[in-house]
Design a protein around this ligand. Structure first.
Ligand code: HGY
Ligand code: MN
Ligand code: MN
Length: 409
């Protein structure tokens, strides 16, 4: 192991800044919704960086972008990755850090004239966020064989745009089969997106796994009527029902340990001030570190909806948008991350990830681990998301060291 192997910190920071300028928002964040024009610009920028490094650049049929550094031997690769798509109120670091750190790790190896035993690669997965198309982690889910290409291409966004057509429109429906590059190991550097590391005084996170995720879309249908003339007892109000469901989900978080619940989308039709709504489409984002508790929460919500539907004569249909089990990472690779941090004299602590990540999908294929750096104020999915240059460089050096170990073990 080359102990003095380091990334070029300035280059890392400047690449992140370059990507952050693409889809930059006035509030100081980024908006690169999957397969949007801003996402295409980010993809074009990334492909340019990979080509400039003279990596073997490939794009697969779901738009995952791969840059490969050939190793001495044929065989599965050590893959570094994350995503460059963002949520609507995204920051500059979520996903982008892992991709630019992967690029920088390979650039540092080329600068040092080092050829790993195994192939190494950096990958930017399509639609990790699931903000526009669901499920989230879609590109890595297809890569890991969890979803067919046809089903993924058929997904539609809230405006009816079809994923496959959007992929073709931006020119990123590639020729490779998803999963074409066999993985020996997968490592992902990411911001924590929560307050844990900061509350512990900083340092890095050796991520032990990701919690379970369940996304539901509920369509509630009542009877539109005049808000001034319709007696309360006559109303079939899906807006009231949606509010009750939201409160019920929130109550569950007080009753079921570890339970989280969020209703991020509530669309009311016709959406007029003086009309009792006809329909409400709402989403629930449910998370829990334990699959059994997650199942208990989901069953309770489905039961509550059934009872509410009968009592208030509101039709309620529920569509699954995403459902991923709690996913543990690989002990040996977590230990490699900790060893790399120790060698670099960097404090690191084990922790679970509250957010979903592409690593959750790659763990189906190969030994997988993640490295977290602190998020200032624990903020993410917010333009004010921030991590320091120092922490980015520290995290990227641990990524490089752990990846180099895995690529030569
Ligand atoms: O929703 C998530 O946890 C991730 O940001 N896609
Ligand atoms: Mn992310
Ligand atoms: Mn995110």
């Amino acid at each position: 192991m080359s102990t003095n192997l380091r990334i070029d910190g300035e280059r890392l920071v400047s690449r992140l800044a370059a990507l952050a300028r693409i889809g930059a928002t006035p509030e100081g964040g980024c908006r690169r919704l999957a397969l949007s024009d801003e996402d295409r610009q980010g993809r074009d920028w990334l492909v340019g960086e990979l080509l400039a490094l003279r990596l073997d650049v490939r794009v697969d049929a779901i738009g995952n972008i791969v840059g490969i550094l050939k190793g001495q031997e044929e065989g599965p690769a050590v893959i570094l990755g994350s995503h460059i798509d963002t949520v609507g109120t995204g920051g500059r670091f979520d996903g982008a850090l892992g991709v630019v750190a992967g690029v920088e790790a390979l650039a540092a190896l080329k600068d040092a004239g080092l050829t790993p035993k195994r192939d190494m690669a950096v990958i930017a997965f399509t639609n990790e966020e699931g903000a526009r198309f669901q499920p989230d982690m879609l590109g890595s889910f297809v890569w890991a064989g969890g979803m067919s290409l046809a089903d993924a291409h058929a997904e539609k966004d809230a405006d009816g745009a079809v994923l496959g057509k959007e992929l073709a429109r931006i020119g990123y429906e590639g020729a490779e089969q998803p999963g074409f590059l066999k993985a020996h190991a997968y490592l992902e550097l990411h911001i924590e997106q929560g307050p844990v590391l900061e509350s512990k005084g900083g340092g890095l996170g050796a991520v032990t796994g990701v919690q379970a995720i369940c996304w539901l879309e509920l369509t509630l249908t009542g009877k539109p009527s005049h808000a001034g003339t319709t007696p309360m007892t006559y109303r079939k109000d899906p807006g009231l029902a949606a509010a009750r469901i939201n409160v019920f989900a929130n109550e569950l978080t007080k009753r079921i340990p570890g339970q989280l619940a969020n209703s991020g989308v509530i669309r009311v039709e016709p959406g007029n001030v003086n009309v009792v709504p006809e329909t409400v489409v709402m989403t629930l984002d449910l998370r829990n570190p334990l699959d059994a508790s997650m199942a208990e929460a989901e069953a309770a919500i489905r039961q509550f909806c059934a009872e509410l539907s009968a009592a208030d004569e509101i039709a309620i249909t529920i569509r699954d948008l995403a459902r991923f089990p709690a996913t543990p990472f690989t002990e040996a690779l977590i230990a490699t991350v900790e060893q790399s941090a120790a060698e670099l004299g960097l404090p690191i602590r084990r922790m679970i990830s509250g957010a979903g990540h592409d690593a959750q999908m790659m763990a189906r294929l190969c030994p997988t681990a993640m490295i977290f750096i602190p998020s200032i104020g624990g903020l993410s999915h917010n333009p004010a998301e921030f991590s320091t240059d120092e922490d980015m460089v520290r995290g990227a050096n641990v990524l490089l060291s752990a990846a180099w170990r895995a690529a030569n073990a």
